[in-house]
Design a protein around this ligand. Sequence first.
Ligand code: SF4
Length: 164
Amino acid sequence: MIDSVVSKLQIIRYPPRYPKSVYLYITNECNLDCKKCYYRTPDDEKQQLSLKRLTPLFREWKKYGLTSIAIGGGEPLLHPEIFEIVELAKQMSFFIAVTTNGTILKPIKPNRVHISYDKLHPTWHCEKLIKRAIKYYKDLGFEILKNFFNPLDLFIDSFQPFHS
Ligand code: SF4
């Protein structure tokens, strides 16, 4: 009896030996200069992770059982290879989420899009801009998930495709 419980616990293997998800900063470039940004300063030298550099990393992560990748920056939609990076991650069956400040709209197709909307950004209270981003991703087929309510009756939203 005890042996069977122990063997079941071994199957669970918690904590896992390797991380299950990573947060990937693919660029430090951004079109906003939020005063309290702790990812970058406007004077930083531009740095990017290229598709060429990421491809072997993705392969290695797959080997170790990683299941999800959250892509951020900087503003990841400024990365010239954002489509290819998302596509490769999806082809490799990672669950892929992209966090954007919502000011740049591109028809990316990750599993989830997060629009980062908080007091740190100069876009805070830019109702029109955030609504535009929400509509854009909704039109691309993403479902709106409300994370929280804000005083303007807007949302920080996560968008998840209807079909993925
Ligand atoms: S949008 Fe994000 S990455 Fe860009 S400056 Fe603001 S806090 Fe930093």
